[in-house]
Each structure stands twice: as structure tokens, then as C-alpha cells.
Design a protein. Structure first.
Length: 350
């Protein structure tokens, strides 16, 4: 593996990015992008590779800073056709027909990371990235010291009728119009929770607790990020790929690394905005995540965080700090010790 070619990243002086060339598909050259927080002077205790969700890319600087404080080397990937890796002039944003295609992106990221450091590696995935991370960790036994899931999309939200209808409709679209956008109700409620949206005439959201917290003042989305101003449509071929991946999870996985699942303590689904939405998952059903968790592997811990939003690392300060505490406890108590124990066992066997 050639050494990654690092260059400045739009997140600022503390971050760098490197392209990961992935060949071509029917839309031309494809690449992913590896991002890292610039290495600290001291040797890292572990490495952390973050996989983003749908209509997403890496911007979670609070997470990166927390991992660095724990003594970790932080990396993230913008998958093909997302964020830093997307060419909007010729590529269909976020489009994929098989979640396992992302294994190529992640293989390249792991190889580039391993060319720099050899320490226990923690894989992290948020939402759709959590679904991808589960399948990838299952397919790469022995690679990861731990798996951290942030509100993973492991099942299709909605009642039984919705889920029963979604599969055949998405299959028809995959066959005959895979890139056709699916008309869905428009709602900006989740973006309100990540941009510190305030009603007209108010400087801060109602009940704002800390004017220095981005959750209450300014939000998390940097100017270069287009997830709010130019979001992706959902397409039939992509939805079918997600449903196929969720079926694999439903059949049960055998992930050999310990797993930590972080979720909100509750879900709110509503057609009308409520300030309570700033303290709940309003994207996915957390109970579905809890139901799937025991079937991912033999060592699974669930942390249900009061007042967390869908991306728990973008929640209000006390909530995200609890999430970071859970990650640190998981890494230090389970992931790293077990990784070294297993490595010593493998070395003793030959």
C-alpha cells in the first residue's frame, strides 16, 4: 500500500484528507476520501475509523476531539459519491446498488491507516454507516478490536404494512428505474436539531442551556457541507440495497469484536414540529435497534442516552459527553484488552 497523500481539509488546520482511488463504475472514476485529525505528538493507544450515514460526510469534530483526548488516532472516511468524494456534475449522490460495494472503500481506508500505525482499530458507524459497518466487520473477522454503532439503521422504520410494501416497490424500481427518485414527504425537522434552528425573532432555540454549545448556537454544519442546502433524494435502487443489507442483519451476524451501540432513549415520529424533537431520535426507531442488537455478535453493550438526537455525537453537551464516556469505557475495558489478549493467543499458536 502506497503512503497516503495528505492535503489540507476544509474543516481546518487540525484536519487532513487523502484520496482513495477505487477504479471506475458506469459514471466514471470513483474515489473515497480518508480524513484524519492531525496526529498528536504521543503514540496513539488505538485508532478509530468513522463511517458516516446517509446524506452525510465527516464533520463531527467533537467526536474527533474526544477520541484524541482518549489517546486515539482519529480517522474518518467519506464513502464514494458522498461529501468530499462526490462529483455532482457526473455522479448520482450517495447511489449504490449493493451495500457490500463499500467494502472496497473500507478495505482501502484500513490499508492506508495500517500503513501508518499498527494499534487496535475501532470501527465506528452512524445510521446507514452503522449498517455498513456491521456487515463489513462481520466479513472481516480479526480486523477490528471493537465496533461502535451510533443509531445504526438496522431495520426499516414504520409499521408492518409500510415494511411489507417497501420491499416489492423497491424491487420493481431497482429493475426498471433504479435511479428514479422516490417522492417522500419533505420535512426539515432533523436539520433543525443539527443547525440550532430558532423560531423567527429568537436568537437561540427555546430553552437554550449553553450559548457556547454548538447544539444551541450556530449548529454543527459547516459552510462547505451541502446536506441541508442540497440533500440527496432517495432512489429505488439504493433503497433496495439497504433493505437487502437489513435482511442480512435480521438473519443474524457473527461479529467477532465486542460491540457498543449508542442510541437515544426514545423516538419521536410526528408530522408537526415540537421542541421535544431536540431530545429524541426523530429519524429512526430506537426500539428496532435494541431488538436487532443481540443478534449482531456475542458481546454487545447498549447505551440508551436520555435527550440524545439521531447522531448522538451532535447532541447537547452533557449528552454527547456521556456518549464519549461510554466510548472511552468500552475501548479501555473491552476492545483494547481483548485485542491484545487475542493477538498474544494467535502469536503463541504459531
Amino acid at each position: 500500500m502506497e503512503t497516503a497523500e495528505w492535503s489540507p481539509d476544509p474543516l481546518g488546520d487540525e484536519y487532513e484528507q487523502a484520496p482513495l482511488d477505487l477504479g471506475e463504475d458506469d459514471e466514471g472514476p470513483v474515489r473515497a476520501t480518508l480524513i484524519r485529525k492531525k496526529p498528536a505528538p504521543s503514540a496513539p493507544k488505538f485508532a478509530f475509523l468513522a463511517v458516516h450515514g446517509w446524506n452525510d460526510s465527516f464533520i463531527q469534530v467533537a467526536l474527533a476531539q474526544a477520541i484524541e483526548r482518549m489517546g486515539g488516532a482519529f480517522y474518518a472516511i467519506d464513502l464514494r459519491k458522498y461529501g468530499r468524494s462526490l462529483d455532482r456534475e457526473r455522479q448520482t449522490p450517495g447511489y449504490i446498488t449493493d451495500i457490500r460495494t463499500y467494502f472496497e472503500d473500507l478495505d482501502a481506508a484500513v490499508a492506508a491507516l495500517r500503513a501508518e500505525i499498527d494499534v487496535p482499530l475501532i470501527l465506528y458507524g452512524h445510521s446507514t454507516g452503522g449498517l455498513t459497518a456491521c456487515l463489513y466487520a462481520n466479513a472481516r473477522p480479526g480486523t477490528f478490536a471493537g465496533l461502535v454503532l451510533n443509531s445504526p439503521w438496522l431495520d426499516l422504520q414504520g409499521n408492518g404494512v409500510v415494511r411489507a410494501v417497501a420491499a416489492p416497490i423497491s424491487e420493481v424500481l431497482r429493475r426498471y428505474a433504479p435511479k428514479q427518485p422516490i417522492p417522500l414527504p419533505e420535512a426539515d425537522f432533523y436539520s433543525r436539531t443539527t443547525t440550532a434552528w430558532a423560531p423567527a425573532g429568537m436568537r437561540f432555540p427555546p430553552g437554550a442551556l449553553d450559548p457556547h454549545d454548538p447544539f444551541w448556537n450556530g449548529g454543527w454544519i459547516p459552510d462547505f457541507d451541502q446536506r441541508v442546502s442540497n440533500p440527496f433524494p432517495v432512489r429505488g435502487g439504493w433503497l433496495r440495497a439497504v433493505l437487502d443489507a437489513q435482511q442480512r442483519v435480521a438473519a443474524g451476524l457473527s461479529i467477532d469484536a465486542p460491540i457498543l451501540m449508542l442510541t437515544s432513549a426514545r423516538t419521536i415520529f410526528s408530522a408537526n414540529w415540537s421542541e421535544e424533537m431536540r431530545a429524541a431520535d426523530i429519524v429512526l426507531d430506537v426500539q428496532q435497534m435494541w431488538q436487532r442488537a443481540p443478534f449482531l455478535g456475542s458481546h454487545v453493550t447498549i447505551a440508551k442516552l436520555d435527550a440524545a438526537i439521531h447522531d448522538v455525537t451532535m447532541s447537547r453537551a452533557p449528552v454527547r459527553e456521556r456518549a464519549f464516556t461510554e466510548i472511552e469505557r468500552f475501548v479501555s475495558a473491552y476492545a483494547c484488552p481483548l485485542w491484545f489478549e487475542h493477538r498474544e493467543s494467535r502469536e503463541s499458536m504459531g
